[in-house]
Write a protein that binds this ligand. Structure first.
Ligand SMILES: [Zn+2]
Length: 252
């Protein structure tokens, strides 16, 4: 989805999003990919080669999320007003009078707009939950890597370093560094050292981002493949192995 027409509601309803999370199956087979991405599309190639704010995980969530909600309006009758009402409340959007009174039939175009807005907010909340789930992200990236491993450099010379290996981006955007730093709570995800500079100032300048599924193992440059690491762990790990530990550092 482009930014055009996006009405982000930053008051996320996580309890509702948790229902979407529970409905998302961790992909286990490459065929599953075809359900939510088009592996030959320009959009997919753009997303695996350079970090984009609208990630491949957003695509996965939207695929599930929208197909679940669009039927509400497609059905069209006033008898689905309860479902739409729940969705709108779940997304923390104020309920318009016509919906309050259960009159969807006369407000179809507004109802479509409302579904899109609510589903967009819930998708973003779902992303927040899944982006914090390291095990999920590693599995997700591993499934993507099964496809990347089949991509030949001669077919995609602009983005491939060699067969099955995507080029390293020249630099990573600050929005990504910032997001991964905060998600990983300023700790190296391999040795758990504090990198905030608040507790141990000497590590402040060591902050690096690492591919959880290395590029050499057909990992992607999608934002969902990055983790925070310190310089020495990054040097030691290089591109040699996959980090499988489902590690989450407790708040205290
Ligand atoms: Zn470290």
């Amino acid at each position: 989805m482009s930014n055009k027409g996006k009405h982000w509601n930053f008051c996320f309803a996580y309890s509702f999003a948790a229902r979407v999370v529970s409905a998302i199956e961790i992909p286990t087979e490459e065929e599953y990919l075809i359900d939510f991405i088009d592996p030959g599309s320009t959009e997919f190639l753009r997303k695996i080669s350079l970090p984009q704010k609208d990630t491949l995980l957003h695509d996965l969530i939207r695929n599930l999320n929208y197909s679940d909600w669009e039927w509400i309006v497609d059905h069209g009758g006033d008898d689905v007003s309860n479902e739409l009402h729940q969705l709108v409340v779940g997304a923390e959007i104020s309920v318009p009078d016509w919906l309050q009174q259960g009159r969807i039939g006369k407000h179809l175009s507004e109802a479509y707009e409302l579904v899109e807005r609510a589903a967009g907010s819930i998708a973003e909340a779902t992303f927040h939950l899944l982006f914090a789930d390291r095990s999920f992200l590693i599995n997700f990236q591993r499934i993507l890597s099964t496809h990347v491993s089949t991509m030949r450099a001669e077919d995609y010379p602009a983005i491939m370093e060699k067969d099955g290996v995507i080029k390293r981006p020249p630099s990573l955007p600050n929005w990504l560094r910032n997001a991964v730093f905060h998600r990983d709570k300023g700790r190296c995800q391999l040795c758990f050292r504090d990198l905030t500079g608040l507790i141990t100032p000497q590590y402040e300048r060591e902050i690096q981002l690492d591919h959880m599924v290395p590029l050499n193992l057909s990992g992607t440059n999608d934002p969902t493949n990055f983790q925070l690491v310190c310089q020495s762990c990054n040097t030691r790990k290089k591109d040699k192995y996959l980090v499988e530990k489902p590690f989450t550092f407790p708040y205290w």
